[in-house]
Structures are given as structure tokens and as C-alpha cells.
Design a protein around this ligand. Structure first.
Ligand SMILES: Cc1ncc(COP(=O)(O)O)c(C=O)c1O
Ligand SMILES: N[C@@H](CCCC[NH3+])C(=O)O
Length: 420
């Protein structure tokens, strides 16, 4: 267990979290390297028979130490902006292991990807195909392209993170895919390699993959029948993690679906997991500022807020909350609203959560916060970006230092206008 109580204190890979909080301050994200590695190995083990390229989706956690930990294990990177591409390259991911996804890549981003010589650009529309062709021709380069298709499959996940339904903005409609692929083959500067699909995030039930990959398989056959060459398939990410004790999706069963649907097409396969690599490897540590006993509610007011971890506000997401000091056996539970200091009612981590007694000044950990936590944080309410710490075999290091107030203020510019 990456996070467990040892001698009455919650630890990350054996390092007591109260010690880390003393040293680094709160709020702070803490990641356990053992869990990161185990999560990566769950993929390599499940796909040992038919190896796939695993490209870590940086959007889930874009800290360079995390990226480079995965890169050292052999991972590539799935990026969705020039910033993410730069992070991947700076962290040591070779360009030939980088894929670039996203519906709205700009000319500049496409040019940067071509100059970097990345493995693949996943194109999501005909206008993007035209622009990529023009940019590649101008630069005298050939763009390795996969067309992202929209299979019209409901991933059965939260509506805001389902990406494969026909009304979603992502991908090229299945019905247009062969024509789009033919178009890509006819445009200068493009080398079409295959298709990509990503139906959504936080899938605990893997059956929708069966549907999506079935459509993909049919599409490969139809495309080949049209005389076009397909050599790669990018299957996206999306495997979920248990936030509330649900059963985790089984990597072997997922690999079984991939093998059954796509195994005999002779294509090189890429996966783009994000959350399932980092989600349960991180916690957000916060300190209780006040316990407010209202007439109607007890509020635990902590020093982390929606700007640090926005998933509860944005998706009503559930994160487990554990006191860092282990509650006494049989400690009574009572309902509390766990909230941050931000001036919005939505700045609420949990409503009426049954928790053991927690006092002012104590530490709590928001569990399963390694994915889409720090990566989605902001400085709302002028709260500096928090620190991140990596624990590895008893050692720990700050892998992102806390932003200073000076740094936060430094980007603002006051115009030197003359006023009459
Ligand atoms: C194109 C693409 N690939 C991969 C991912 C990673 O998804 P997840 O973190 O659910 O594995 C996403 C985000 O959902 C995505 O949009
Ligand atoms: N940000 C989302 C996941 C988005 C996936 C991006 N394609 C979450 O926290 O659950």
C-alpha cells in the first residue's frame, strides 16, 4: 500500500506525511513512486504478449519528475499543447515517442510538432488536415498523421469527460472517416499512418471499449478495401480508478478486448493512459484552519481549496478524506462539510461526509488526487500554486516548489499611461 498508517501516522511509501507537511508546508501534493511504477507495470504486464506503446497523457499530471519517471520505464507522452510537448521533451521523452492530440491545435503548435519531429499528430478535423498540410509543406517536412475518429460510443462516464459521443466536439465522424483518410493521402506534406480514438475518461466499466474498438476494426477493413494503408492505431486512454472503493478495471480484461478486436490487423498499437497511471499515486495534504460548529452544519475549513483540487467543484467528484493521525479504533464518525477558504459555495470538497473527530491544526489527506489535481490547479483568489513532493524508497524531494507571492504578482503589468 503506497499510503497507509504506520505507527499511527499516514505515510507515503513509509515516509510520514506529518513530517513532509512540517518541512514543505501545506497544501502540498505528495506522490508515491512505488505506486507510479506499479501502475505503469500493470500495462506492460497485461500487454506483455503483444507489446504496445504506452504514451502517458500528460494532462493528468504534467510534473516533469513524474514524466521522466515514466520515460525511464519506457513510456512516451500524449500531449495536447505546445506547453505539454515542451514538458515531455524537457523531461527526456524522445520525440519519436510523442503523440500530439487535441481538437484545436494552432498553426504554431503544428509547426513546433513538425520541427521537433514527433511520432504522430492526431488530427481531428478536415480544416486541421488542410492547415497541417500547408504548414508541413512550408517547412519542407512530412507530418505523420493519425485521424482521430468519433465512434459515437457512450463511455458511460461523467458527461463532462465523455468524448466519443456523436455530439461531442472530438474526432471525425465515423461516416466521414474513410473519405478523410483518402483526403489525407492526397494532400502534400502528410503521411497518414492510421486512426486514433479516445472515448472518455474514468471508465470503470470497460465494455464501451469493446464497441469502440469494434467500430475501429471495421473502419480499418473499410479503409484498406479503399486501397489505403493503415499501419498504426492509437486507442486513447480512459481506464478509471476507484475513488470510492469501486472495483478497478482489470488491465488483463482490457488487453483481452484490444487483442480480440484489433489483434489481427497487423497494426502497431498505442495507448494514452493518464489517470490510471497517476490517480491513486497522489494525495493532497491540507491542514485544518478552523472547525466551525454551525447550528445546521459542522464545517471543516482546510487550507486547500478548489483552486488546488478542482475536481469536486467541477464534477461533484468524490475524494476520500483521511486524517493524517490515525483515528483511534472505534472513534465515532459524524457528518462534516469539508470546505476551502475560497469565496464560493462551490469550494466544497465533501458534504456531510462521515469523519472521525478532526481538530483545528490537524492534517488531512485528500486521497486519489494524483490525476487532474495539480495539473488543473490555478491561482484563483490569488492563492499561489502549491508544492509537489515525490517520495521514492524512503527518500523524498520537492518536485515543484510552492509559487511565491512575488512570482504570482510578477506577471501583472501596470500600463504607464498618462492621465489627464
Ligand atoms: C486524447 C486523450 N488521450 C488520453 C487521455 C487520458 O485519459 P485518462 O486520464 O482518462 O486515461 C485523454 C483525456 O481524457 C484524452 O483526451
Ligand atoms: N479533468 C478530468 C478528466 C479529463 C480528461 C481529459 N480528456 C477529471 O478530473 O476527471
Amino acid at each position: 500500500m503506497a499510503f497507509s498508517y504506520v505507527s499511527g501516522v499516514l505515510t507515503a511509501d513509509g515516509v510520514p506525511l506529518d513530517r513532509l507537511a512540517e518541512a514543505v508546508g501545506t497544501p502540498v501534493y505528495v506522490y508515491a513512486a512505488s505506486r507510479l511504477r506499479a501502475n505503469y507495470q500493470a500495462y506492460t504486464r497485461a500487454f506483455a504478449r503483444d507489446p504496445v506503446d504506452v504514451c502517458f497523457a500528460l494532462k493528468a499530471n504534467s510534473n516533469q519528475s513524474i514524466i521522466s519517471l515514466f520515460a525511464r520505464l519506457g513510456a512516451g507522452a500524449d500531449v495536447v499543447s505546445e506547453g505539454e510537448m515542451r514538458r515531455a521533451l524537457a523531461a527526456g521523452v524522445p520525440p519519436e515517442k510523442v503523440v500530439f492530440s487535441g481538437v484545436g491545435k494552432t498553426r504554431d503548435e503544428l509547426a513546433a510538432a513538425l520541427v521537433a519531429g514527433i511520432h504522430q499528430i492526431n488530427v481531428e478535423s478536415l480544416p486541421e488536415l488542410e492547415v497541417l498540410s500547408a504548414v508541413a509543406t512550408e517547412l519542407g517536412r512530412t507530418a505523420p498523421v493519425a485521424l482521430r475518429i468519433n465512434p459515437d460510443v457512450d463511455a458511460g462516464t461523467h458527461g463532462k469527460i465523455a468524448t466519443g459521443r456523436k455530439e461531442d466536439k472530438f474526432g471525425i465522424d465515423l461516416g466521414h472517416a474513410v473519405a478523410a483518410y483518402a483526403k489525407a493521402s492526397s494532400l502534400p506534406g502528410l503521411a497518414p499512418k492510421g486512426y486514433a480514438v479516445h472515448i472518455g475518461s474514468q471508465l470503470l466499466n470497460i465494455n464501451p471499449y469493446d464497441d469502440a474498438y469494434g467500430h475501429l476494426s471495421d473502419l480499418v477493413i473499410a479503409t484498406r478495401e479503399a486501397g489505403l494503408k493503415i499501419e498504426r492505431l492509437d486507442l486513447g486512454g480512459g481506464l478509471g480508478v476507484p475513488y470510492k472503493g469501486e472495483a478497478a478495471p482489470d488491465h488483463d480484461a482490457y488487453a483481452g478486448i484490444v487483442r480480440k478486436r484489433l489483434g489481427n490487423l497487423g497494426c502497431r498499437l498505442t495507448l494514452e493512459p493518464g489517470r490510471s497511471l497517476v490517480g491513486d499515486a497522489g494525495v493532497l495534504l491540507a491542514r485544518v484552519i478552523y472547525v466551525k460548529e454551525g447550528l445546521h452544519r459542522r464545517f471543516l475549513i482546510v487550507d486547500a481549496a478548489m483552486n488546488d483540487l478542482m475536481r469536486p467543484t467541477l464534477y461533484d467528484a468524490y475524494h476520500g478524506i483521511r486524517p493524517v493521525l490515525e483515528p483511534a479504533a472505534g472513534a465515532p464518525l459524524s457528518p462534516m462539510d469539508v470546505v476551502g477558504p475560497i469565496c464560493e459555495t462551490g469550494d466544497t470538497f465533501a458534504r456531510q461526509r462521515e469523519l472521525p473527530p478532526v481538530a483545528q491544526g490537524e492534517l488531512v489527506a485528500f486521497m486519489t488526487a494524483g490525476a487532474y489535481g495539480a495539473a488543473m490547479s490555478s491561482t484563483y483568489n490569488s492563492r499561489p500554486l502549491v508544492a509537489e513532493v515525490l517520495v521514492d524508497e524512503g527518500q523524498w524531494a520537492v518536485i515543484r516548489r510552492r509559487q511565491t507571492f512575488e512570482e504570482m504578482l510578477a506577471l501583472d503589468v501596470t500600463p504607464q499611461w498618462r492621465h489627464v
